[in-house]
Ligand binder design. Structure first.
Ligand code: ADP
Ligand code: MG
Length: 339
């Protein structure tokens, strides 16, 4: 039997990358979250072939210091926490210092970045975790990261990538959910060279919804405003004139985090009782705020699952919130009210 030995760095990074980077959508999520943490208010997401041949995220955030660019791609290197004490008061989406190292372990990566303190920026490219080029460049303040050749060195993973349409559907969902949760950031999403959508910087969720969805949906929105039993549920749900054959337009956030929870979808639909045709589903955009102690979001950093302490209670509150707006006399949405 082989002796116990420490794995080399390249192998360690490849294994770790498998945890964080499953597909183009996880790359997009990690990179956009970095842009948000860097205080960007304009983010451009560009993909080609479902992200398999290209993912590029550009932001106007604070940029990375020249002398820190290499560190940013090292595993467990982060600017976001100093010690485990900081975990109790996190203000950033990231903190593990794993994303850039993981992406660079399984793809070709190019970063162009500049901070406001510098007159010119830096361009660095990494292949297989190795730096291939590092040079000064002229560029605006902010960061652009380009990822190509995804899983070129992990054939098993590459084989499991889905069709372009399916992968780009996944990326689309990530960008839509980030755009809906961060209304103060303008997002532009470019798929295979054409602009799929562009959201404005706004304080009003309706503006974001109207830039992401069609008129039919927009014209059917009812305001959801519910606060009882220490739970707040705000957002919009559609009236009985609007329905779709799938649940893709049901977007739910818990404490500002996009989640997927089948039973929440069922309880939303239960509020409609039998008023929608069979196998047809409403659209809704719900922001649920509850005591953070009652929800465990940390099932896995890259996942959208959550566990609730008192699931039945929360599900019933969601149903009541939807029921209340379906039954409210005023079906007019309050366009001027921010939520
Ligand atoms: P984490 O986000 O957990 O800190 P990452 O590997 O995603 O780990 O990023 C490593 C570091 O690189 C970050 O802590 C941050 O300092 C820097 N960084 C990454 N992306 C950006 C960006 N778009 N703008 C500014 N700094 C960035
Ligand atoms: Mg990160």
């Amino acid at each position: 039997m082989a002796k116990i030995h420490l794995l080399d760095n390249e192998t360690i990074n490849k294994i770790a990358a498998g945890e964080v980077i499953e597909s183009p959508k996880s790359i997009v999520k990690e990179l956009v979250e970095n842009s948000i943490d860097a205080k960007a208010d304009e983010i451009i997401v560009e993909i080609k072939n479902g992200g398999k041949s290209l993912v590029r995220i550009s932001d106007n955030g604070k940029g990375i210091n020249k002398d820190e660019v290499e560190d940013a791609f090292r595993r467990h290197c982060t600017s976001k926490i100093e010690s485990s004490d900081d975990l109790n008061s996190l203000f950033t989406l990231g903190f593990r210092g794993e994303a850039l190292a993981s992406i660079a372990a399984v793809a070709h990566v190019e970063v162009i970045t500049r901070t406001a303190n510098d007159d010119y920026g830096i361009k660095m490219s990494i292949e297989g975790g190795e730096i291939k080029l590092k040079e000064d460049v002229g560029c605006p303040v902010g960061t652009t990261i380009t990822v190509t050749e995804l899983f070129y060195n992990v054939p098993a993973r590459k084989k499991f990538l889905k069709s372009d349409a399916s992968e780009s559907g996944g990326v689309n969902e990530v960008v839509v959910s980030l755009a809906l949760s961060k209304q103060n950031i303008s997002f532009k999403y470019v798929n295979n060279g054409s602009v799929a959508f562009r959201t404005p910087k706004t304080t009003n969720l309706l503006n974001t919804i109207s830039s992401l969805y069609d008129k039919d949906l927009y014209n059917s929105l009812l305001k959801v405003e519910y606060e009882e039993n220490n739970i707040k549920i705000n957002g919009y749900t559609t009236n009985l004139n609007y329905y779709r054959g799938n649940r893709k337009q049901q977007v739910v956030f818990v404490n500002d985090r996009f989640i997927k929870h089948k039973r929440i979808n069922y309880f939303i639909e239960a509020a409609y009782n039998t008023l929608l045709p069979k196998n047809k589903y409403p659209a809704c955009f719900l922001k649920i705020e509850i005591d953070p102690w009652l929800v465990d979001v940390n099932v896995h950093p890259a996942k959208t699952e959550v566990r609730f302490q008192n699931e039945e209670f929360i599900l019933n509150e969601v149903k009541r919130a939807i029921y209340k707006s379906l039954n409210s006399k005023s079906i007019m949405k309050e366009v001027t009210n921010d939520i």
